[in-house]
Design a protein. Structure first.
Length: 404
Protein backbone atom coordinates (compact mmCIF):
# COMPACT_ATOMS: atom_id res chain seq x y z
CA UNK A 1 0.00 0.00 0.00
CA UNK A 2 1.43 3.40 -1.00
CA UNK A 3 2.31 5.81 1.78
CA UNK A 4 -0.20 8.53 2.73
CA UNK A 5 0.84 12.08 1.81
CA UNK A 6 -0.25 14.12 4.84
CA UNK A 7 -2.48 17.13 4.10
CA UNK A 8 -2.06 19.72 6.82
CA UNK A 9 -4.67 22.32 7.71
CA UNK A 10 -2.75 25.41 8.76
CA UNK A 11 -5.48 28.04 8.92
CA UNK A 12 -9.23 28.56 8.78
CA UNK A 13 -11.73 31.38 8.58
CA UNK A 14 -15.49 31.52 8.98
CA UNK A 15 -18.45 33.86 9.06
CA UNK A 16 -22.00 32.69 9.74
CA UNK A 17 -25.15 33.56 11.61
CA UNK A 18 -23.43 32.60 14.89
CA UNK A 19 -20.22 34.55 14.50
CA UNK A 20 -18.10 36.85 12.38
CA UNK A 21 -14.94 34.79 12.89
CA UNK A 22 -13.85 31.33 14.01
CA UNK A 23 -13.64 32.29 17.68
CA UNK A 24 -17.16 33.75 17.73
CA UNK A 25 -18.53 30.66 15.98
CA UNK A 26 -16.96 28.41 18.62
CA UNK A 27 -18.32 30.53 21.47
CA UNK A 28 -21.86 30.24 20.09
CA UNK A 29 -21.51 26.47 19.60
CA UNK A 30 -20.16 26.01 23.11
CA UNK A 31 -22.91 28.12 24.66
CA UNK A 32 -25.71 26.66 22.50
CA UNK A 33 -26.55 30.07 21.03
CA UNK A 34 -28.19 29.63 17.64
CA UNK A 35 -28.40 32.28 14.92
CA UNK A 36 -31.83 31.48 13.51
CA UNK A 37 -34.29 34.37 13.37
CA UNK A 38 -36.50 36.54 11.17
CA UNK A 39 -35.10 37.46 7.76
CA UNK A 40 -33.82 41.04 7.79
CA UNK A 41 -30.99 41.45 5.24
CA UNK A 42 -32.82 39.83 2.30
CA UNK A 43 -35.87 41.53 0.81
CA UNK A 44 -38.48 38.78 0.60
CA UNK A 45 -42.20 38.32 1.04
CA UNK A 46 -41.34 35.61 3.57
CA UNK A 47 -39.45 37.89 5.95
CA UNK A 48 -42.12 37.72 8.68
CA UNK A 49 -43.05 34.07 8.10
CA UNK A 50 -39.84 32.07 7.61
CA UNK A 51 -36.74 31.96 9.80
CA UNK A 52 -33.16 31.87 8.54
CA UNK A 53 -29.57 32.10 9.69
CA UNK A 54 -28.38 35.50 8.45
CA UNK A 55 -25.00 37.15 8.86
CA UNK A 56 -25.65 40.33 10.82
CA UNK A 57 -23.87 42.74 8.51
CA UNK A 58 -25.24 44.55 5.49
CA UNK A 59 -23.43 44.58 2.17
CA UNK A 60 -22.46 48.20 2.80
CA UNK A 61 -20.90 47.25 6.13
CA UNK A 62 -19.01 44.38 4.53
CA UNK A 63 -17.69 46.69 1.78
CA UNK A 64 -16.55 49.16 4.41
CA UNK A 65 -14.94 46.69 6.78
CA UNK A 66 -13.21 44.87 3.92
CA UNK A 67 -12.00 48.24 2.58
CA UNK A 68 -13.30 47.59 -0.90
CA UNK A 69 -14.02 50.19 -3.55
CA UNK A 70 -17.72 50.89 -3.95
CA UNK A 71 -17.04 51.28 -7.68
CA UNK A 72 -16.43 47.53 -8.09
CA UNK A 73 -19.37 45.10 -8.09
CA UNK A 74 -19.11 42.42 -5.38
CA UNK A 75 -22.10 40.27 -4.58
CA UNK A 76 -22.93 39.26 -1.02
CA UNK A 77 -21.60 35.72 -1.57
CA UNK A 78 -18.26 37.18 -2.67
CA UNK A 79 -18.14 39.65 0.23
CA UNK A 80 -18.68 36.82 2.73
CA UNK A 81 -16.01 34.74 0.97
CA UNK A 82 -13.46 37.54 1.13
CA UNK A 83 -14.15 38.00 4.83
CA UNK A 84 -13.61 34.31 5.67
CA UNK A 85 -10.71 33.68 3.28
CA UNK A 86 -8.77 36.65 4.60
CA UNK A 87 -9.13 35.29 8.13
CA UNK A 88 -7.90 31.87 6.96
CA UNK A 89 -4.80 33.33 5.29
CA UNK A 90 -4.03 35.48 8.30
CA UNK A 91 -4.42 32.49 10.65
CA UNK A 92 -2.06 30.44 8.48
CA UNK A 93 0.39 33.37 8.20
CA UNK A 94 0.89 32.83 4.48
CA UNK A 95 1.57 35.01 1.49
CA UNK A 96 0.13 33.42 -1.69
CA UNK A 97 2.95 35.01 -3.70
CA UNK A 98 5.74 33.42 -1.62
CA UNK A 99 6.81 31.01 -4.37
CA UNK A 100 4.78 27.96 -3.36
CA UNK A 101 2.23 26.79 -5.94
CA UNK A 102 -1.00 28.06 -4.42
CA UNK A 103 -4.52 27.38 -5.67
CA UNK A 104 -8.01 28.60 -4.83
CA UNK A 105 -10.92 26.17 -4.99
CA UNK A 106 -14.09 27.98 -4.06
CA UNK A 107 -17.61 26.56 -3.94
CA UNK A 108 -20.93 28.33 -4.44
CA UNK A 109 -24.42 27.66 -5.72
CA UNK A 110 -26.02 31.09 -5.34
CA UNK A 111 -23.09 32.87 -6.99
CA UNK A 112 -24.23 36.35 -8.00
CA UNK A 113 -27.90 35.43 -8.01
CA UNK A 114 -28.77 37.81 -5.18
CA UNK A 115 -27.65 40.78 -7.29
CA UNK A 116 -29.36 39.48 -10.43
CA UNK A 117 -32.65 39.24 -8.52
CA UNK A 118 -32.29 42.73 -7.12
CA UNK A 119 -31.27 44.54 -10.31
CA UNK A 120 -32.79 42.48 -13.13
CA UNK A 121 -35.62 44.92 -13.87
CA UNK A 122 -33.19 47.83 -13.67
CA UNK A 123 -30.51 46.66 -16.11
CA UNK A 124 -32.15 47.92 -19.31
CA UNK A 125 -33.56 51.09 -17.79
CA UNK A 126 -30.42 52.33 -16.01
CA UNK A 127 -26.66 51.87 -16.25
CA UNK A 128 -26.22 52.27 -12.49
CA UNK A 129 -26.08 48.57 -11.63
CA UNK A 130 -25.03 47.01 -14.93
CA UNK A 131 -21.62 46.13 -13.52
CA UNK A 132 -23.39 43.40 -11.52
CA UNK A 133 -24.38 41.55 -14.70
CA UNK A 134 -20.90 40.01 -14.88
CA UNK A 135 -21.12 38.79 -11.28
CA UNK A 136 -23.92 36.31 -11.94
CA UNK A 137 -21.89 33.18 -12.95
CA UNK A 138 -20.58 31.09 -10.07
CA UNK A 139 -17.03 31.23 -11.41
CA UNK A 140 -16.87 35.01 -11.33
CA UNK A 141 -16.74 35.05 -7.52
CA UNK A 142 -13.72 32.75 -7.46
CA UNK A 143 -11.87 35.01 -9.91
CA UNK A 144 -12.61 38.06 -7.75
CA UNK A 145 -11.52 36.27 -4.56
CA UNK A 146 -8.31 35.07 -6.21
CA UNK A 147 -7.55 38.57 -7.44
CA UNK A 148 -8.03 40.03 -3.98
CA UNK A 149 -5.90 37.34 -2.33
CA UNK A 150 -3.16 37.38 -4.96
CA UNK A 151 -3.64 33.78 -6.11
CA UNK A 152 -2.80 33.01 -9.74
CA UNK A 153 -1.41 29.45 -9.95
CA UNK A 154 -4.78 27.69 -10.06
CA UNK A 155 -8.34 28.97 -9.65
CA UNK A 156 -11.54 26.98 -10.05
CA UNK A 157 -15.12 26.77 -8.84
CA UNK A 158 -17.09 23.80 -7.52
CA UNK A 159 -20.89 23.78 -7.70
CA UNK A 160 -22.42 20.46 -6.69
CA UNK A 161 -25.31 21.80 -4.61
CA UNK A 162 -24.98 21.25 -0.86
CA UNK A 163 -21.83 19.11 -1.10
CA UNK A 164 -19.96 21.85 -3.00
CA UNK A 165 -17.57 23.02 -0.28
CA UNK A 166 -16.81 19.47 0.85
CA UNK A 167 -15.87 18.68 -2.74
CA UNK A 168 -13.71 21.82 -2.90
CA UNK A 169 -11.81 20.61 0.17
CA UNK A 170 -11.50 17.15 -1.33
CA UNK A 171 -10.20 18.49 -4.66
CA UNK A 172 -7.62 20.62 -2.89
CA UNK A 173 -6.37 17.66 -0.87
CA UNK A 174 -6.21 15.46 -3.96
CA UNK A 175 -4.27 18.05 -5.98
CA UNK A 176 -1.72 18.46 -3.19
CA UNK A 177 -1.36 14.69 -2.88
CA UNK A 178 -0.90 14.43 -6.64
CA UNK A 179 1.91 16.99 -6.52
CA UNK A 180 -0.03 19.55 -8.59
CA UNK A 181 -0.16 22.17 -5.83
CA UNK A 182 1.84 22.91 -2.70
CA UNK A 183 -1.04 24.69 -1.03
CA UNK A 184 -4.74 25.28 -1.58
CA UNK A 185 -7.26 27.69 -0.11
CA UNK A 186 -10.48 25.69 -0.16
CA UNK A 187 -14.03 26.27 1.00
CA UNK A 188 -17.32 27.79 0.00
CA UNK A 189 -19.74 30.67 0.25
CA UNK A 190 -23.44 31.28 -0.23
CA UNK A 191 -25.69 34.14 0.74
CA UNK A 192 -29.44 34.01 1.07
CA UNK A 193 -31.40 34.74 -2.07
CA UNK A 194 -35.06 34.91 -2.97
CA UNK A 195 -34.55 32.08 -5.46
CA UNK A 196 -33.26 29.66 -2.81
CA UNK A 197 -35.76 30.69 -0.13
CA UNK A 198 -38.67 30.43 -2.59
CA UNK A 199 -37.29 27.24 -4.08
CA UNK A 200 -36.94 25.31 -0.83
CA UNK A 201 -40.29 26.66 0.32
CA UNK A 202 -41.93 25.47 -2.91
CA UNK A 203 -40.48 21.99 -2.30
CA UNK A 204 -42.35 22.06 1.04
CA UNK A 205 -39.18 21.33 3.01
CA UNK A 206 -38.82 24.75 4.68
CA UNK A 207 -40.08 24.61 8.25
CA UNK A 208 -42.31 27.34 9.68
CA UNK A 209 -40.31 27.25 12.94
CA UNK A 210 -36.87 26.12 14.07
CA UNK A 211 -35.46 23.05 12.36
CA UNK A 212 -35.18 19.81 14.38
CA UNK A 213 -32.49 17.54 12.96
CA UNK A 214 -33.02 13.80 13.50
CA UNK A 215 -36.26 14.38 15.39
CA UNK A 216 -39.32 12.24 14.70
CA UNK A 217 -41.40 15.41 14.23
CA UNK A 218 -38.95 17.28 11.99
CA UNK A 219 -40.71 19.13 9.20
CA UNK A 220 -38.05 20.96 7.24
CA UNK A 221 -34.96 23.13 7.24
CA UNK A 222 -34.02 26.73 7.88
CA UNK A 223 -31.76 28.23 5.25
CA UNK A 224 -28.66 30.15 6.26
CA UNK A 225 -25.77 32.06 4.74
CA UNK A 226 -22.09 31.64 5.49
CA UNK A 227 -18.58 31.42 4.13
CA UNK A 228 -15.68 29.35 5.38
CA UNK A 229 -12.23 28.51 4.04
CA UNK A 230 -9.34 26.28 5.05
CA UNK A 231 -5.69 26.58 4.12
CA UNK A 232 -4.40 23.15 3.09
CA UNK A 233 -0.68 22.53 2.67
CA UNK A 234 1.58 19.60 1.99
CA UNK A 235 3.06 18.73 5.38
CA UNK A 236 6.55 19.40 4.06
CA UNK A 237 5.54 22.93 3.08
CA UNK A 238 4.10 23.58 6.54
CA UNK A 239 7.26 22.19 8.11
CA UNK A 240 9.47 24.37 5.94
CA UNK A 241 7.49 27.38 7.11
CA UNK A 242 7.85 26.24 10.74
CA UNK A 243 4.05 26.16 10.96
CA UNK A 244 2.25 23.79 13.29
CA UNK A 245 -0.84 22.24 11.61
CA UNK A 246 -4.13 22.63 13.44
CA UNK A 247 -5.49 19.39 11.93
CA UNK A 248 -5.09 17.05 8.97
CA UNK A 249 -7.40 16.02 6.15
CA UNK A 250 -6.96 12.26 6.25
CA UNK A 251 -9.96 10.95 4.34
CA UNK A 252 -12.48 11.97 1.71
CA UNK A 253 -15.10 10.28 -0.42
CA UNK A 254 -17.70 11.17 -3.02
CA UNK A 255 -20.50 9.02 -4.39
CA UNK A 256 -23.83 9.44 -6.11
CA UNK A 257 -26.85 7.25 -5.55
CA UNK A 258 -28.50 8.63 -8.76
CA UNK A 259 -31.89 8.22 -7.14
CA UNK A 260 -33.76 11.49 -7.60
CA UNK A 261 -33.17 15.15 -8.50
CA UNK A 262 -33.81 16.40 -4.96
CA UNK A 263 -34.14 13.33 -2.73
CA UNK A 264 -31.77 10.72 -1.35
CA UNK A 265 -32.54 7.02 -1.54
CA UNK A 266 -34.16 5.82 1.69
CA UNK A 267 -31.30 3.41 2.42
CA UNK A 268 -28.74 6.20 2.01
CA UNK A 269 -26.69 4.43 -0.65
CA UNK A 270 -24.73 7.50 -1.72
CA UNK A 271 -24.05 8.55 1.86
CA UNK A 272 -22.95 5.05 2.81
CA UNK A 273 -20.57 4.75 -0.15
CA UNK A 274 -19.06 8.21 0.49
CA UNK A 275 -18.40 7.39 4.15
CA UNK A 276 -16.97 3.99 3.23
CA UNK A 277 -14.60 5.55 0.70
CA UNK A 278 -13.44 8.25 3.13
CA UNK A 279 -12.66 5.66 5.79
CA UNK A 280 -10.71 3.55 3.30
CA UNK A 281 -8.59 6.52 2.20
CA UNK A 282 -7.95 7.47 5.83
CA UNK A 283 -7.18 3.80 6.63
CA UNK A 284 -9.60 3.91 9.52
CA UNK A 285 -12.32 1.60 10.75
CA UNK A 286 -15.77 3.01 11.57
CA UNK A 287 -15.02 2.49 15.28
CA UNK A 288 -12.02 4.85 14.98
CA UNK A 289 -14.32 7.84 14.38
CA UNK A 290 -14.94 9.74 17.61
CA UNK A 291 -17.56 12.24 16.41
CA UNK A 292 -19.77 12.58 13.34
CA UNK A 293 -20.83 16.02 12.18
CA UNK A 294 -23.90 14.88 10.29
CA UNK A 295 -25.44 16.60 7.29
CA UNK A 296 -28.72 16.57 9.25
CA UNK A 297 -30.89 19.06 7.39
CA UNK A 298 -34.03 18.22 9.42
CA UNK A 299 -35.98 17.30 6.31
CA UNK A 300 -37.95 14.03 6.47
CA UNK A 301 -35.97 12.48 3.59
CA UNK A 302 -32.42 13.51 4.44
CA UNK A 303 -32.39 12.52 8.10
CA UNK A 304 -33.98 9.15 7.35
CA UNK A 305 -31.50 8.43 4.54
CA UNK A 306 -28.47 9.59 6.51
CA UNK A 307 -29.62 7.70 9.60
CA UNK A 308 -30.02 4.50 7.59
CA UNK A 309 -26.57 5.01 6.07
CA UNK A 310 -25.06 5.41 9.54
CA UNK A 311 -26.78 2.25 10.76
CA UNK A 312 -25.50 0.38 7.70
CA UNK A 313 -21.99 1.61 8.47
CA UNK A 314 -22.06 0.79 12.18
CA UNK A 315 -24.47 -2.12 12.34
CA UNK A 316 -26.54 -0.86 15.28
CA UNK A 317 -27.53 2.29 17.13
CA UNK A 318 -25.47 1.25 20.13
CA UNK A 319 -22.29 1.13 18.01
CA UNK A 320 -22.69 4.69 16.67
CA UNK A 321 -20.19 7.25 17.93
CA UNK A 322 -21.60 10.58 19.21
CA UNK A 323 -23.15 12.50 16.31
CA UNK A 324 -24.98 15.77 15.82
CA UNK A 325 -26.11 18.21 13.17
CA UNK A 326 -25.04 21.83 13.67
CA UNK A 327 -27.54 23.21 11.13
CA UNK A 328 -29.94 24.24 13.89
CA UNK A 329 -27.24 26.80 14.81
CA UNK A 330 -26.49 28.26 11.38
CA UNK A 331 -29.28 27.12 9.10
CA UNK A 332 -28.48 25.10 6.00
CA UNK A 333 -25.85 27.22 4.25
CA UNK A 334 -26.01 25.27 0.97
CA UNK A 335 -22.65 25.37 -0.87
CA UNK A 336 -20.92 26.70 2.26
CA UNK A 337 -22.20 23.90 4.50
CA UNK A 338 -19.30 21.51 3.95
CA UNK A 339 -16.81 24.27 4.74
CA UNK A 340 -18.47 25.81 7.78
CA UNK A 341 -18.92 22.31 9.18
CA UNK A 342 -15.30 21.48 8.36
CA UNK A 343 -14.37 24.41 10.60
CA UNK A 344 -16.72 23.06 13.29
CA UNK A 345 -15.14 19.60 12.93
CA UNK A 346 -11.67 21.04 13.44
CA UNK A 347 -12.93 23.06 16.43
CA UNK A 348 -14.20 19.79 17.90
CA UNK A 349 -10.70 18.34 17.50
CA UNK A 350 -9.03 21.43 18.97
CA UNK A 351 -11.30 21.70 21.99
CA UNK A 352 -12.07 17.99 22.42
CA UNK A 353 -15.82 18.50 22.53
CA UNK A 354 -18.92 17.23 20.75
CA UNK A 355 -21.34 19.97 19.74
CA UNK A 356 -25.06 19.67 20.56
CA UNK A 357 -27.88 18.84 18.16
CA UNK A 358 -30.39 21.55 19.07
CA UNK A 359 -34.18 21.17 19.20
CA UNK A 360 -34.16 17.36 19.47
CA UNK A 361 -36.80 15.64 21.61
CA UNK A 362 -37.88 12.34 20.06
CA UNK A 363 -35.88 9.83 17.96
CA UNK A 364 -37.05 8.84 14.48
CA UNK A 365 -39.15 5.74 15.15
CA UNK A 366 -37.71 3.60 12.36
CA UNK A 367 -34.12 4.43 13.32
CA UNK A 368 -34.13 4.92 17.10
CA UNK A 369 -30.83 6.81 17.01
CA UNK A 370 -30.23 9.71 19.40
CA UNK A 371 -27.89 12.60 18.57
CA UNK A 372 -25.78 14.42 21.13
CA UNK A 373 -28.01 17.08 22.72
CA UNK A 374 -25.52 18.89 24.95
CA UNK A 375 -21.94 20.06 24.72
CA UNK A 376 -19.84 17.10 25.83
CA UNK A 377 -16.13 16.81 26.53
CA UNK A 378 -14.62 13.76 24.86
CA UNK A 379 -11.29 12.50 23.59
CA UNK A 380 -11.46 13.08 19.86
CA UNK A 381 -8.82 12.01 17.34
CA UNK A 382 -10.97 11.71 14.20
CA UNK A 383 -14.10 13.58 13.08
CA UNK A 384 -16.22 12.51 10.11
CA UNK A 385 -18.24 15.26 8.39
CA UNK A 386 -21.03 14.58 5.88
CA UNK A 387 -22.38 16.86 3.14
CA UNK A 388 -25.06 15.71 0.72
CA UNK A 389 -26.40 17.61 -2.29
CA UNK A 390 -29.31 17.59 -4.70
CA UNK A 391 -28.83 15.18 -7.54
CA UNK A 392 -27.49 12.60 -5.08
CA UNK A 393 -24.00 14.10 -4.84
CA UNK A 394 -22.77 12.81 -1.47
CA UNK A 395 -19.42 13.71 0.10
CA UNK A 396 -17.62 12.80 3.32
CA UNK A 397 -14.51 14.33 4.87
CA UNK A 398 -12.41 13.04 7.74
CA UNK A 399 -10.34 15.41 9.88
CA UNK A 400 -7.75 14.09 12.32
CA UNK A 401 -5.51 15.47 15.06
CA UNK A 402 -2.58 13.65 13.50
CA UNK A 403 -1.93 11.75 10.29
CA UNK A 404 -0.42 8.56 11.73
Amino acid sequence: MSPIVPIAVTGMGAISAIGNDVAENFKSLAEANHGIGPIRQLETCHEERLLAGEVHMSNAELYDRLRLSQDIAYTRSTLLALWASREALEAAAIDPTDGYRTGLISATTVGGMDATERYYDDYLASAKNRSFIHTHPCGYAAEQIAGQLGIADFVTTISTACSSAANAIMLGARMIRAGLLDRAIVGGTDCLSRFTVNGFNSLMIYTDGHCRPFDENRNGLNLGEAAAYLVLEAEEVARNRATLPIAYVTGYGNANDAFHQTASSDNGEGAYLAMQQALEIARLNPADVDYINAHGTATPNNDLAEGNALLRMYGSASALPPFSSTKAFTGHTLAAAGAIEAVFSILALQHQVVFPNLNFSQPIASLNIVPQTGLTAKKIDHVLSNSFGFGGNCSTLIFSKDHD
